[in-house]
Ligand binder design. Structure first.
Ligand SMILES: C[C@@H]1N[C@@H](c2cn(-c3ccccc3)nn2)[C@H](O)[C@@H]1O
Length: 445
């Protein structure tokens, strides 16, 4: 029995309009975390903090006034938006999510509602505008990351307990509305807003506002997508409302983690987008990546394929340097992922959950009647076990755009697909031709 909600989910089930279909078909995105935090890169007063670099203000307990002094040093002389867009194109990402404003409150666009913007730095120019144009010129969609929590705004509150809190937070919500309307007006090609910094009590007690923001942005930019992390309902329930319905257009809870391909198949019922860091937990630029494990390109690739195999998107994070260039590890990663996508992107873009039982060799993805096997683990048996749903047969198998491989039926709805003759030396894709029998003929009695 459902309870009445004023600020719960606006819609039940997935969106199937063209804009959402494009969001879904894009599948692979990149995050750009860029702000004042890139200048200190995890070090403050001679001490290196191992925590997330974009949280350095918090770790080192730096007062806002002192932190914002960094604006005087903000002058990315090596920044070239066209080079950034080329790098994204070469990686094969279809969209880029840019931190317009992170928790620190520094805006990459010349907002007229605060002094804490690029306009008041030596760089002066509209960085966000340059990025939006460059990415769009390369045919790459632009999504905006926006942190509601703003450590530098005097009216931000973690909780609302007193009349003063209430008055201040009301001013804060108006300030935030103004910034969001500014972003939607100045950059109308933006396709998505990804809200962060919405976990505190102050927001949970103002679910109405989160509902208002979703409706306001959708009115200003028809088709725009909004992440579930913005939303709190009448009772402060986040992401999924008190009736269990997903709010926003896609679940955005998988940050540095992924749903289990066997135990968490429920996620295939809705749209979702995961995001990941290359080190264990660094979104902004950190000068010392030796402090944690750094994922290899194949480990990044596996997470991308894992997400798509369960009907989700994956956003891989980049933390540009203060000078506007990228660290070599990130340049190499973009090249490596891009080379693989050039050969195998067919099993990623526009693909979805196949609905077949997960196997140890890797993941299935599917587009219409094409089922792809993306192999990460080669069995000593040289046979890749494929179990199909009742009434489904594997007719043929072939290495992507290459020669076919032998398929032998081993039992009811079970096949052995042969490994390729030559060891590919990297994750590879086998494309299956299947036949889904109308009337199920069960020859095994
Ligand atoms: C997408 C990522 N989300 C931000 C974040 C949020 N949190 C966090 C930390 C403690 C409680 C709740 C949320 N940790 N990192 C990161 O700074 C980055 O922007």
């Amino acid at each position: 029995q459902e309870i009445p909600l004023n600020y719960g989910a606006d819609r039940l089930g997935k969106r199937y309009d063209a804009d959402m279909q494009k969001f879904r078909d894009n599948r692979l995105g990149a995050f750009i975390h860029w702000g004042l935090y890139a200048i200190p890169g995890g070090e403050w007063n001679g001490k290196v903090y191992p925590g997330a670099a974009e949280w350095l203000k918090s770790w080192a307990k730096v007062p806002s006034g002192e932190w914002l002094e960094l604006m005087k040093q903000w002058n990315p002389t090596k920044f070239d938006a066209r080079k950034w867009a080329k790098m994204a194109k070469e990686m094969g990402v279809r969209y880029v999510k840019i931190t317009t404003k992170h928790h620190e409150g520094f805006c990459l666009w010349p907002s007229k509602y605060t002094e804490n913007t690029v306009a008041n730095t030596p760089y002066k120019k509209d960085l966000l505008g340059e990025m939006v144009k460059a990415y769009n010129d390369e045919g790459i969609d632009v999504h905006f990351y926006f942190s509601v929590m703003d450590w530098s705004h005097p009216d931000w509150r973690y909780d609302v307990k007193t009349p003063e809190d209430s008055a201040a937070f009301s001013r804060f919500l108006t300030f935030t509305d103004n910034q969001l309307k500014e972003l939607a007006t100045l950059y109308p090609t933006v396709k998505d807003f990804w809200f962060d910094g919405t976990w505190d009590a102050s927001i949970k007690k103002n679910g109405w506002w989160t509902s208002h923001v979703e409706r306001m942005l959708k009115e200003m930019l028809p088709g725009v997508t909004i992440n579930s992390r913005l939303r709190a309902d009448d009772y402060g329930k986040r992401h999924f409302d008190s009736n269990g319905h997903l709010m926003g257009d896609y679940e955005s809870g998988y940050e540095r983690r992924l749903p289990d391909p066997v135990k968490d198949l429920k996620v295939t019922r809705w749209d979702w987008e995961a995001c990941m860091t290359v080190p264990e937990n660094q979104w902004g630029y950190h000068k010392d990546w030796s402090l944690s494990y750094v994922k290899t390109p194949v480990e990044v690739l596996e997470r991308i394929v894992h997400a798509v195999s369960m009907g989700g998107n994956m956003v891989v994070n980049f933390g540009p340097q203060a000078d506007g260039d990228f660290r070599s590890e990130e340049k190499e990663l973009a090249k490596s992922i891009g080379a693989w996508m050039k050969k195998n992107g067919q099993c990623i873009y526009g693909c979805d959950y196949a609905g077949w039982e997960k196997q140890p060799w890797g993941y299935y993805t599917r587009k219409g009647s094409d089922v792809y096997m993306v192999v990460f683990n080669c069995p000593y048996s040289k046979h890749l076990t494929v179990k199909t749903p009742k009434g489904t047969q594997v007719v043929k198998a072939a290495l992507l755009n290459r020669k076919s491989v032998k398929v032998v039926e081993t039992a009811r709805n079970e096949y052995n697909v042969d490994m390729p003759a030559q060891e590919p030396g990297e994750p590879f894709v086998i494309k299956l031709q299947i036949k889904e029998a109308a009337g199920v003929v069960d020859k095994y009695r």
